[in-house]
Design a protein. Structure first.
Length: 323
Protein backbone atom coordinates (compact mmCIF):
# COMPACT_ATOMS: atom_id res chain seq x y z
CA UNK A 1 0.00 0.00 0.00
CA UNK A 2 1.39 3.39 -0.99
CA UNK A 3 1.28 5.61 2.11
CA UNK A 4 2.63 8.73 0.31
CA UNK A 5 0.37 11.76 0.22
CA UNK A 6 -1.70 11.63 -2.95
CA UNK A 7 -2.01 14.76 -5.05
CA UNK A 8 -5.19 15.57 -6.91
CA UNK A 9 -3.72 16.39 -10.31
CA UNK A 10 -7.17 17.30 -11.60
CA UNK A 11 -6.82 20.39 -9.39
CA UNK A 12 -5.13 22.98 -11.66
CA UNK A 13 -3.25 24.57 -8.74
CA UNK A 14 -1.74 21.25 -7.66
CA UNK A 15 -1.13 20.22 -11.29
CA UNK A 16 0.70 23.48 -12.00
CA UNK A 17 2.70 23.12 -8.77
CA UNK A 18 3.72 19.62 -9.85
CA UNK A 19 4.83 20.77 -13.30
CA UNK A 20 6.31 24.22 -12.69
CA UNK A 21 9.96 24.70 -11.73
CA UNK A 22 10.70 26.25 -8.34
CA UNK A 23 11.71 29.58 -9.89
CA UNK A 24 8.39 29.93 -11.68
CA UNK A 25 6.44 29.04 -8.55
CA UNK A 26 8.38 31.63 -6.54
CA UNK A 27 7.72 34.27 -9.21
CA UNK A 28 4.01 33.49 -9.05
CA UNK A 29 4.12 33.67 -5.25
CA UNK A 30 5.69 37.14 -5.37
CA UNK A 31 3.20 38.20 -8.05
CA UNK A 32 0.34 37.16 -5.77
CA UNK A 33 1.77 39.03 -2.77
CA UNK A 34 2.39 42.12 -4.89
CA UNK A 35 -1.13 42.00 -6.35
CA UNK A 36 -2.67 41.74 -2.88
CA UNK A 37 -0.58 44.67 -1.60
CA UNK A 38 -1.52 46.84 -4.61
CA UNK A 39 -5.19 46.03 -4.02
CA UNK A 40 -4.92 46.99 -0.34
CA UNK A 41 -3.13 50.25 -1.12
CA UNK A 42 -5.72 51.21 -3.73
CA UNK A 43 -8.44 50.32 -1.24
CA UNK A 44 -6.92 52.80 1.22
CA UNK A 45 -6.84 55.53 -1.44
CA UNK A 46 -10.45 54.83 -2.45
CA UNK A 47 -12.02 54.42 1.00
CA UNK A 48 -10.03 56.70 3.32
CA UNK A 49 -10.35 60.47 3.25
CA UNK A 50 -6.84 61.49 4.32
CA UNK A 51 -4.30 58.65 4.42
CA UNK A 52 -0.50 58.73 4.75
CA UNK A 53 2.28 56.24 4.05
CA UNK A 54 4.86 55.70 6.79
CA UNK A 55 8.36 55.75 5.30
CA UNK A 56 11.45 55.33 7.47
CA UNK A 57 14.00 54.34 4.84
CA UNK A 58 13.96 50.73 6.05
CA UNK A 59 13.60 47.73 3.73
CA UNK A 60 9.90 47.12 4.38
CA UNK A 61 8.95 50.73 3.71
CA UNK A 62 11.13 50.66 0.57
CA UNK A 63 8.97 47.76 -0.62
CA UNK A 64 5.84 49.80 0.19
CA UNK A 65 7.12 52.63 -1.99
CA UNK A 66 7.51 50.25 -4.93
CA UNK A 67 3.98 48.94 -4.31
CA UNK A 68 2.72 52.53 -4.31
CA UNK A 69 4.54 53.23 -7.56
CA UNK A 70 2.88 50.23 -9.19
CA UNK A 71 -0.50 51.18 -7.76
CA UNK A 72 -0.55 54.87 -8.73
CA UNK A 73 2.16 55.83 -11.23
CA UNK A 74 2.41 57.74 -13.53
CA UNK A 75 0.32 59.95 -11.23
CA UNK A 76 1.47 61.28 -7.88
CA UNK A 77 0.80 59.28 -4.74
CA UNK A 78 -2.64 60.10 -3.27
CA UNK A 79 -1.04 60.54 0.16
CA UNK A 80 2.08 62.12 1.68
CA UNK A 81 4.98 60.15 3.14
CA UNK A 82 5.42 60.39 6.91
CA UNK A 83 8.46 59.57 9.03
CA UNK A 84 8.48 59.66 12.82
CA UNK A 85 12.07 60.69 13.49
CA UNK A 86 13.48 59.77 16.89
CA UNK A 87 16.55 61.94 16.34
CA UNK A 88 18.58 58.81 17.13
CA UNK A 89 18.51 57.23 13.68
CA UNK A 90 21.46 55.83 11.78
CA UNK A 91 22.81 58.58 9.53
CA UNK A 92 22.98 56.25 6.53
CA UNK A 93 19.24 55.60 6.78
CA UNK A 94 18.25 59.28 6.98
CA UNK A 95 20.51 60.10 4.00
CA UNK A 96 18.87 57.31 2.03
CA UNK A 97 15.37 58.43 3.10
CA UNK A 98 15.90 61.96 1.82
CA UNK A 99 17.49 60.76 -1.41
CA UNK A 100 14.59 58.41 -2.16
CA UNK A 101 11.95 61.05 -1.43
CA UNK A 102 13.72 63.49 -3.77
CA UNK A 103 13.87 60.86 -6.53
CA UNK A 104 10.14 60.19 -6.19
CA UNK A 105 9.22 63.85 -6.02
CA UNK A 106 6.74 63.16 -3.23
CA UNK A 107 5.99 65.15 -0.07
CA UNK A 108 7.59 64.06 3.22
CA UNK A 109 6.16 65.03 6.61
CA UNK A 110 8.55 64.47 9.52
CA UNK A 111 7.20 64.07 13.03
CA UNK A 112 10.00 64.76 15.51
CA UNK A 113 10.34 63.02 18.85
CA UNK A 114 12.80 65.79 19.72
CA UNK A 115 9.98 68.33 19.29
CA UNK A 116 7.69 66.21 21.48
CA UNK A 117 10.38 66.25 24.18
CA UNK A 118 10.63 70.04 23.93
CA UNK A 119 6.84 70.35 24.19
CA UNK A 120 6.86 68.12 27.26
CA UNK A 121 4.54 65.49 25.74
CA UNK A 122 7.42 62.99 25.80
CA UNK A 123 9.40 62.77 29.02
CA UNK A 124 12.58 60.72 29.35
CA UNK A 125 14.88 60.45 32.32
CA UNK A 126 17.85 61.25 30.10
CA UNK A 127 16.74 62.66 26.71
CA UNK A 128 20.32 62.56 25.40
CA UNK A 129 20.77 58.79 25.80
CA UNK A 130 17.49 57.03 26.67
CA UNK A 131 15.81 54.95 23.96
CA UNK A 132 13.21 56.93 22.06
CA UNK A 133 11.73 53.93 20.30
CA UNK A 134 8.61 53.59 22.44
CA UNK A 135 8.26 57.40 22.53
CA UNK A 136 7.55 57.33 18.80
CA UNK A 137 3.97 56.36 19.63
CA UNK A 138 3.31 59.77 21.21
CA UNK A 139 4.83 61.66 18.28
CA UNK A 140 2.93 59.52 15.78
CA UNK A 141 -0.38 60.25 17.50
CA UNK A 142 0.47 63.96 17.58
CA UNK A 143 1.31 63.88 13.86
CA UNK A 144 -1.93 62.04 13.06
CA UNK A 145 -3.93 64.58 15.06
CA UNK A 146 -2.14 67.60 13.54
CA UNK A 147 -2.72 66.47 9.95
CA UNK A 148 -6.04 64.69 10.62
CA UNK A 149 -4.92 61.44 9.03
CA UNK A 150 -7.58 58.72 9.10
CA UNK A 151 -5.25 55.96 7.92
CA UNK A 152 -1.51 55.32 8.13
CA UNK A 153 -0.02 52.69 5.82
CA UNK A 154 2.88 50.82 7.41
CA UNK A 155 5.28 48.00 6.61
CA UNK A 156 4.66 45.71 9.60
CA UNK A 157 4.50 41.98 8.87
CA UNK A 158 2.89 39.20 10.87
CA UNK A 159 6.04 37.07 10.92
CA UNK A 160 8.00 39.74 12.81
CA UNK A 161 6.61 39.27 16.31
CA UNK A 162 3.74 37.69 18.27
CA UNK A 163 1.76 40.91 18.73
CA UNK A 164 2.11 41.79 15.05
CA UNK A 165 0.69 38.37 14.19
CA UNK A 166 -2.59 39.43 15.85
CA UNK A 167 -2.99 42.45 13.57
CA UNK A 168 -5.68 42.73 10.94
CA UNK A 169 -4.59 44.24 7.62
CA UNK A 170 -6.83 47.21 8.44
CA UNK A 171 -6.06 47.63 12.14
CA UNK A 172 -8.59 49.85 13.90
CA UNK A 173 -7.36 52.39 16.46
CA UNK A 174 -9.74 54.26 18.78
CA UNK A 175 -9.94 58.00 19.44
CA UNK A 176 -6.95 57.69 21.80
CA UNK A 177 -4.87 55.95 19.12
CA UNK A 178 -4.98 52.70 21.06
CA UNK A 179 -5.15 49.18 19.67
CA UNK A 180 -7.43 46.60 21.24
CA UNK A 181 -6.88 43.11 19.74
CA UNK A 182 -10.38 42.09 20.91
CA UNK A 183 -12.06 44.97 19.08
CA UNK A 184 -10.77 44.34 15.57
CA UNK A 185 -13.04 43.94 12.56
CA UNK A 186 -13.47 40.73 10.55
CA UNK A 187 -11.80 40.66 7.13
CA UNK A 188 -13.66 38.07 5.07
CA UNK A 189 -13.13 37.61 1.33
CA UNK A 190 -10.77 40.61 1.20
CA UNK A 191 -13.54 42.97 2.30
CA UNK A 192 -12.36 45.74 4.61
CA UNK A 193 -14.43 47.97 6.88
CA UNK A 194 -12.66 51.34 6.81
CA UNK A 195 -15.31 53.47 8.53
CA UNK A 196 -14.01 55.56 11.39
CA UNK A 197 -15.45 58.36 13.52
CA UNK A 198 -13.56 61.65 13.90
CA UNK A 199 -10.41 61.05 15.94
CA UNK A 200 -10.29 57.34 15.15
CA UNK A 201 -7.92 55.97 12.53
CA UNK A 202 -6.68 52.87 10.77
CA UNK A 203 -3.20 51.44 10.59
CA UNK A 204 -3.00 49.54 7.30
CA UNK A 205 -0.41 46.84 6.60
CA UNK A 206 -0.34 45.81 2.90
CA UNK A 207 2.56 43.39 3.36
CA UNK A 208 1.15 41.67 6.45
CA UNK A 209 1.27 38.28 4.73
CA UNK A 210 4.87 38.63 3.55
CA UNK A 211 7.82 37.03 5.27
CA UNK A 212 11.32 38.46 5.64
CA UNK A 213 12.41 36.11 2.86
CA UNK A 214 9.58 37.35 0.61
CA UNK A 215 10.74 40.93 1.20
CA UNK A 216 14.32 40.16 0.19
CA UNK A 217 13.27 38.16 -2.85
CA UNK A 218 11.06 41.05 -3.95
CA UNK A 219 13.93 43.51 -3.39
CA UNK A 220 16.07 41.29 -5.63
CA UNK A 221 13.40 41.03 -8.32
CA UNK A 222 12.67 44.75 -8.37
CA UNK A 223 16.35 45.74 -7.97
CA UNK A 224 15.50 48.09 -5.11
CA UNK A 225 18.19 50.25 -3.52
CA UNK A 226 18.64 50.10 0.27
CA UNK A 227 20.70 51.88 2.93
CA UNK A 228 24.21 50.38 2.97
CA UNK A 229 23.98 49.17 6.59
CA UNK A 230 21.74 46.30 5.43
CA UNK A 231 24.84 44.77 3.84
CA UNK A 232 27.96 43.33 5.47
CA UNK A 233 30.43 45.91 6.77
CA UNK A 234 32.96 46.32 9.57
CA UNK A 235 31.62 47.77 12.83
CA UNK A 236 32.66 47.94 16.47
CA UNK A 237 30.24 46.01 18.69
CA UNK A 238 29.91 44.67 22.24
CA UNK A 239 28.42 41.19 22.82
CA UNK A 240 25.62 41.75 25.37
CA UNK A 241 22.75 39.45 26.41
CA UNK A 242 23.05 37.42 23.23
CA UNK A 243 23.04 40.50 20.98
CA UNK A 244 25.75 42.55 19.28
CA UNK A 245 25.32 46.12 20.52
CA UNK A 246 26.88 48.71 18.17
CA UNK A 247 29.43 51.03 19.76
CA UNK A 248 28.01 54.57 19.48
CA UNK A 249 27.68 57.67 21.63
CA UNK A 250 24.19 56.46 22.55
CA UNK A 251 25.31 52.89 23.26
CA UNK A 252 28.77 53.06 24.86
CA UNK A 253 30.60 50.06 26.25
CA UNK A 254 29.77 49.17 29.84
CA UNK A 255 32.39 48.55 32.48
CA UNK A 256 34.18 45.30 31.75
CA UNK A 257 32.73 44.89 28.26
CA UNK A 258 35.03 44.00 25.40
CA UNK A 259 34.72 46.02 22.19
CA UNK A 260 35.23 43.90 19.09
CA UNK A 261 35.43 44.80 15.41
CA UNK A 262 33.24 42.38 13.47
CA UNK A 263 31.72 41.96 10.03
CA UNK A 264 28.02 42.57 10.57
CA UNK A 265 24.85 43.72 8.85
CA UNK A 266 21.50 45.02 10.05
CA UNK A 267 18.39 42.91 9.44
CA UNK A 268 16.15 45.77 10.54
CA UNK A 269 16.84 49.44 11.24
CA UNK A 270 15.39 51.64 13.96
CA UNK A 271 16.45 53.80 16.88
CA UNK A 272 20.19 53.39 17.47
CA UNK A 273 19.61 52.82 21.19
CA UNK A 274 17.72 49.55 20.64
CA UNK A 275 18.76 48.18 17.23
CA UNK A 276 21.57 45.66 16.90
CA UNK A 277 23.34 44.15 13.89
CA UNK A 278 24.01 40.44 13.37
CA UNK A 279 27.28 38.76 12.46
CA UNK A 280 27.22 38.25 8.71
CA UNK A 281 29.40 38.39 5.64
CA UNK A 282 26.40 38.72 3.28
CA UNK A 283 27.35 41.66 1.11
CA UNK A 284 24.81 41.19 -1.69
CA UNK A 285 21.04 40.71 -1.89
CA UNK A 286 21.51 37.13 -3.14
CA UNK A 287 23.77 36.33 -0.20
CA UNK A 288 21.22 37.80 2.22
CA UNK A 289 18.45 35.71 0.63
CA UNK A 290 20.53 32.55 1.13
CA UNK A 291 21.23 33.53 4.74
CA UNK A 292 17.60 34.44 5.45
CA UNK A 293 16.35 31.14 4.03
CA UNK A 294 18.07 29.14 6.78
CA UNK A 295 17.80 31.48 9.78
CA UNK A 296 15.61 30.29 12.66
CA UNK A 297 15.42 33.57 14.61
CA UNK A 298 13.05 36.38 13.67
CA UNK A 299 14.66 39.66 12.71
CA UNK A 300 13.30 41.46 15.77
CA UNK A 301 14.27 38.58 18.05
CA UNK A 302 17.82 38.79 16.77
CA UNK A 303 18.23 42.56 16.72
CA UNK A 304 15.91 44.50 19.06
CA UNK A 305 16.95 45.16 22.65
CA UNK A 306 13.57 46.69 23.57
CA UNK A 307 11.70 43.51 22.58
CA UNK A 308 13.69 41.53 25.15
CA UNK A 309 12.22 43.34 28.16
CA UNK A 310 9.26 40.92 28.19
CA UNK A 311 7.26 38.76 25.81
CA UNK A 312 4.41 41.28 25.98
CA UNK A 313 6.50 44.42 25.45
CA UNK A 314 5.47 44.93 21.81
CA UNK A 315 1.79 44.31 22.54
CA UNK A 316 1.89 46.83 25.39
CA UNK A 317 3.45 49.47 23.14
CA UNK A 318 0.93 48.79 20.38
CA UNK A 319 -1.97 49.25 22.79
CA UNK A 320 -0.50 52.67 23.59
CA UNK A 321 -0.41 53.73 19.94
CA UNK A 322 2.85 52.26 18.59
CA UNK A 323 3.12 51.14 14.95
Amino acid sequence: MNTAVEHNLSDPLQRDAHAAPAGALNARHLDWLESEAIHIMREVAAECANPALLFSGGKDSVVLLRIAEKAFRPGAFPFPLVHIDTGHNFAEVITFRDKRVTELGERLIVGSVEESIRRGTVRLRNPATDSRNAAQAVTLLETIAEHKFDACIGGARRDEEKARAKERIFSFRDEFGQWNPKAQRPELWDLYNTRVHPGENMRVFPISNWTELDVWQYIAREKLELPPIYFAHQRQVMPRNGLLVPLTDLTPARAGEKVETMTVRFRTVGDISCTCPVASDAGTVDAIIAETAITQITERGATRMDDQTSEASMEKRKKEGYF
